[in-house]
Design a binder for this molecule. Structure first.
Ligand SMILES: [Zn+2]
Ligand SMILES: [Zn+2]
Ligand SMILES: [Zn+2]
Length: 347
């Protein structure tokens, strides 16, 4: 029987379908991963083991020799990244690749293949009954050669209702669903990321599927949903927005916004005066450069907000999207009372 990780993470690809052209039967539905008790993420031994797993995961993306970063635990922050030597402005700090990538939880203006992101002139529902828009190259009927086959079979196993209709809510949940297809090593890395519980007023993509009864065979209290909730929380806490540029049949180019889980990227803590900037290349790899000189021992800090926003705007955005109150120098401003009144914790 096939096991998890059939999408081939061994070749360095993320848990997103890739066109391997492999022949043979479609893999079986992967077993439901166990969700154990939350590990002590700040334990020094655990941090060291985690770093080793990450270096193995990144493979050739880490240049030979010691990287200019390390993972540490910082008071008031939890885990974070620290410079192990002076880093010059514009110097490449690290390259990361997404361990999970897929659609974001938001409306799209164009319909695209849920698997390869190509743009479809007409909506074509996957013949596997997963209710996702799919191109002919990725359709379930192609068999094991379809890069969508494993995730389609997984969704089929939950027995979607109303299988003849497109479902944007299943599309929104697809990135989390891909969490089932991770290799053991990649799942171990993902489950060592922090996943905050959603706020009470928030309905996550998984809760929406459960609430509206999308499946005949997905138990809201069962182990599959327990695992999905954990992946959702980890994605919502850590994911970055990234994108693919794709052309339609008239060669008009469109940007398809995706969400990606970049482990190293997510380990950077926030500062409204960051010392790095990042870009994504055409393989969705994140390239992080120093935006100013970074001293040895200094935290490597990213900006989770927008650098040009005013203090009040940034603070409110961080409170609602990241659930913490920034206390950096830029944010020491009377407007913090707006959020304190709402009961958000200080970072
Ligand atoms: Zn496709
Ligand atoms: Zn399908
Ligand atoms: Zn700040």
């Amino acid at each position: 029987m096939a096991t998890v990780g059939q999408n081939g993470n061994a070749d360095g690809s993320a848990a997103v379908p890739t066109d391997t052209g492999a022949a043979g039967p479609v893999p079986d539905v992967p077993p439901v991963p166990e969700v154990g008790p939350a590990p002590d993420l700040y334990n020094p031994d655990r941090v060291e083991t985690f770093k080793g797993e990450l270096l193995e995961y990144l493979g050739e993306l880490v240049p030979p020799g010691d990287p200019p970063w390390d993972i540490g635990v910082f008071e008031g922050y939890g885990r974070g990244m620290v410079a192990t030597r002076d880093i010059a402005v514009h110097e490449l700090v690290f390259i990361d690749r997404p361990v999970l990538v897929g659609p974001r939880v938001n409306n799209y203006e164009v319909i695209f293949c849920a698997s390869c992101c190509c743009i479809l002139r007409r909506l074509q529902l996957c013949t596997g009954g997963c209710r996702l828009p799919i191109c002919s190259r990725c359709d379930f009927s192609v068999g094991a050669a379809s890069p969508h086959a494993s995730e389609c079979r997984l969704i089929q196993s939950w027995q979607p209702k109303d299988a003849g209709r497109y479902s944007k809510n299943i599309l929104y949940a697809l990135t989390s669903i891909r969490g089932f297809l991770l290799s053991d090593r990649d799942r171990s890395i993902v489950l060592q990321m922090e996943g905050h519980q959603p706020r009470k007023e928030m309905t996550t993509e998984i809760e929406r599927l459960l609430k509206d009864g999308y499946f005949w065979n997905l138990d809201a209290e069962g182990p599959a949903v327990r695992y999905l909730r954990q992946v959702v929380n980890i994605l919502n806490t850590n994911a970055f927005e990234t994108s693919r540029i794709v052309a339609d049949e008239e060669n008009n180019h469109h940007e398809i916004i995706l969400r990606g889980l970049y482990i190293l990227g997510a380990l950077m803590n926030h500062c409204c005066r960051p010392n790095v900037r990042y870009v994504f290349d055409d393989q969705l790899r994140m390239r992080v450069h120093a935006s100013r000189p970074i001293k040895k021992g200094e935290q490597i800090m990213n900006n989770y907000s927008k650098i040009l926003w005013g203090t009040q705007h940034r603070i409110i955005h961080l409170c609602f999207s990241k659930n913490f109150l920034c206390s950096c120098d830029r944010c020491k401003d009377p407007t913090v009372s707006v959020c304190q009144e709402r009961g958000f914790p200080a970072s």
